[in-house]
Structures are given as C-alpha cells and as structure tokens.
Design a binder for this molecule. Structure first.
Ligand SMILES: NC(=O)c1ccc[n+]([C@@H]2O[C@H](COP(=O)([O-])OP(=O)(O)OC[C@H]3O[C@@H](n4cnc5c(N)ncnc54)[C@H](OP(=O)(O)O)[C@@H]3O)[C@@H](O)[C@H]2O)c1
Length: 342
C-alpha cells in the first residue's frame, strides 16, 4: 500500500520553530471518495504565513489545529480521479494540499482543486511563484491597494523575496521609480541588475532612512510593506503627503515572543494624511482571471522574471521554513516533494 508522509503540528511554537513542534508521520494514502481526486504533490510552497497559522493569535483563517496536517499550498499530479473535470496526469492545485506527499481534493468547498492554467513553455515552478498566490499578492496589493501612477515612487521591502521581486517588476511596467530594500548586497544586485529596479538598499549595512532620502528624491508615494518594524518606520519617515501603504506583511514580527512596539512614526500617518490598508490575497480570489490574463503574458514574455529557491525533500520542510526568517531564500521558496511528470 502506498504510504503518505505528513507533517503534523504537535504544539504551537514559541518564538522560532523548534524540533518537536511538528512531527513527520507516515500513514497509508487515503482512497478518494465520489467526486474527489487523489493528487501526488510535486511542489510545496513555504510561506511566512505558515508561522502565523501555527500560532493561535487572531488571524485571517483558523489556526492549524494541534494534531492536524500542516496547512500549505501545493501543486501536483492527479493520480486517481472520480471527477469528470480532472483526468489522471493533469497538473492541479489541490486547494490547500498540505505538507504531505498525497492530498485528497474536491472541486467545491472554500479551497477547490483547480487545473493549472494552460500557458505553454513555463516551468512548473512559475505556477507557485509569479503565477501563483505570491504573484497574485504582488499584483493585487500593488494595483488595487497601492494604486501607483506612472512617475510615482514605490518602495518595496523584502524586495528579493517571492512577493517583493514581482512587485518591483510590475512597478517598472507601470512606469514608476522602484526602490527595493533587502538583506544583502547580492539580493540588491539581483533586483537592480536582473529585475530592473532603480535602486536597492541593503538594510543590514546601510542607514535605511538616509538611503531612502537619497534614492527617493521626490519622496515615496507607495510603500509595499512586507516587513514592518524599523524598516517600515524608516519608510514612513520618507512618505509623501497622501501616500499609500499597502500593508502586505510584517515578517519581522512573526517569531516575536512578546508584544511588538511601534511603529514609532505612527503620528506621521496623521500629519502626512497617509492611507494604510492591510489586505490578504484571498480577498481577491474572485479576480483570479484578471490576474492570470495580465501576469501570464508578462511571465511568458520575460517581462516579469521569478527566481525560485527549491529545497529537496518533504522531510526538510520544517528546517527550510527558517530560511524565510534568516533571509536564506531568494525569490519564491519551494520544497520539491516528488518528481515532475515525465
Ligand atoms: N497579505 C497577503 O496576502 C500575503 C501573501 C503572501 C505573503 N505575504 C507577506 O509578504 C511578505 C513576504 O512574503 P514572501 O512569501 O514574499 O516571503 P519572501 O520575501 O520570499 O521571504 C521572506 C524574506 O523576508 C526577509 N526578512 C525576514 N525577516 C526579516 C526581518 N526581520 N527584517 C527584514 N527582512 C526580513 C528576508 O529577506 P532579506 O534577506 O531581504 O532580509 C526573507 O528572505 C511576508 O510578510 C508575508 O507574510 C502576505
């Protein structure tokens, strides 16, 4: 009988994830029921929000329950189909596939299985990156929340990460000045030399507020905020009157054990009449068609590039999640669970 390895949450991490918070267990693969499909997962998406889901803080989805398979996005191959819309061999997103080799999925419910869009010639990893939910986060967060106009200045933090790399490239397509903030000289070189950002600030070696002043001579109109903390404070200090902050993420705080202070420049939101709006990519689920129609040609033509960092083996998922918090990834972080189709 085929076995299914699964990461199950055993206890809620305190601070950084530690050994024993999750456990790798093996059980027989389940048999799909009427209307269901069995999917062999190929790639697992590792996301900062995985850490949020492990906690019981107030959040936008229910926390993963103790004992449950860890929640996570996957793509995989249909191995058994009891549904007319899916054929054996199709590549699909099985809704939320979870941190496991095999998932049972349905075409209904809150996270239905979907076939991957037919865009020829792209690596499968693009559907987990620029054409996946991180690309959608960049697209909707920038266009619908940040609402930049040509000629304006956009700043994006975690600029060389999954979301950030796409945000900056869309900003350039829109005719904006784009300044990234990232955690190494190599990452800064990547976003400027390979992706076409106008400038990038290495927050580990530079005074971010001073560097923003230098690289944003006309001030900042849109902050695509991925990090929070002192980086966000430095951005707020350089925002223009009526600027917009698309609050996408606060990764600097996800492992915090205690209450997080700040932002210290909060009064400037009042003084400069800034608009701060949080969003979750799921808010835009009904507009996925618009996203694919815009992003598909950008990725296919090479106008939007997406680097991926691929870790081998489901068994390495937990330790690899830490790369997101140490800055060990460039671009989208994925785990290869199994082989792609031949
Ligand atoms: N709202 C939504 O729907 C939504 C959806 C997806 C993602 N997000 C958010 O978007 C942000 C980026 O997510 P992602 O998936 O694209 O991850 P990512 O950027 O690929 O990876 C996270 C990056 O954050 C940086 N980072 C980690 N800790 C930091 C700290 N203390 N200070 C400064 N930078 C730090 C690291 O890059 P450096 O080397 O540059 O430090 C790391 O590589 C996260 O906050 C995430 O929660 C939100």
């Amino acid at each position: 009988m085929t076995q299914n390895r699964q990461w199950r949450l055993r206890r809620r991490p305190v601070g950084d994830i530690s050994a024993g918070d999750l456990e790798l267990v093996t059980e027989p693969v389940s048999v799909p029921g009427p209307g269901e499909i069995l999917v062999r997962n190929v790639y697992l998406s590792l996301d900062p929000t995985n850490r949020i889901w492990m906690s019981d803080q107030e959040q936008y989805m229910p926390p993963v329950r103790i004992g449950d398979v860890m929640r996570g996005g996957t793509i995989g191959v249909v191995e058994v189909s009891n549904h007319p819309d899916f054929a054996v061999g199709d590549y699909v997103r099985p809704g939320i596939g979870g941190w496991q080799d095999y998932s049972i999925a349905r075409s209904d419910g809150p996270f239905p299985a979907r076939k991957l869009p037919a865009i020829a010639g792209l690596p499968l990893t693009s559907f987990m990156s620029a054409l996946g939910s991180t690309g959608a986060t960049a697209y909707f967060g920038l266009l619908k929340i940040g609402q930049p106009k040509a000629g304006e200045t956009i700043v994006v933090s975690a600029a060389a990460g999954a979301v950030g790399q796409v945000v900056g490239q869309i900003g350039k397509i829109l005719g904006c000045r784009v300044v990234g903030i990232a955690g190494s000289a190599d990452k800064c070189r990547y976003v400027v030399d390979e992706l076409g950002f106008d400038a990038c600030i290495d927050y580990r070696t530079e005074d971010v507020a001073a560097a923003l002043k230098k690289h944003c001579p006309n001030g900042i109109d849109v902050d695509f905020e991925n990090v929070g903390g002192t980086i966000m404070d430095a951005v707020i200090a350089n925002m223009n009157f009526k600027g917009r902050i698309a609050l996408c993420g606060l990764i600097s705080q996800y492992n915090a054990k205690d209450a997080v202070p700040g932002p210290y420049n909060f009064p400037l939101i009042l003084m400069k009449r800034l608009k701060v709006e949080g969003f979750i990519v799921l808010d835009f689920a009904a507009q996925t068609g618009e996203f694919i129609a815009a992003m598909g040609p950008w990725v296919a033509s090479g106008q939007v590039k997406d680097r991926v960092t691929v870790v081998e083996g489901l068994e390495n998922a937990v330790q690899s999640l830490g790369l997101l918090f140490s800055g060990g990834n460039t671009g989208k972080l994925l785990v290869r669970i199994g082989a792609e189709k031949q």
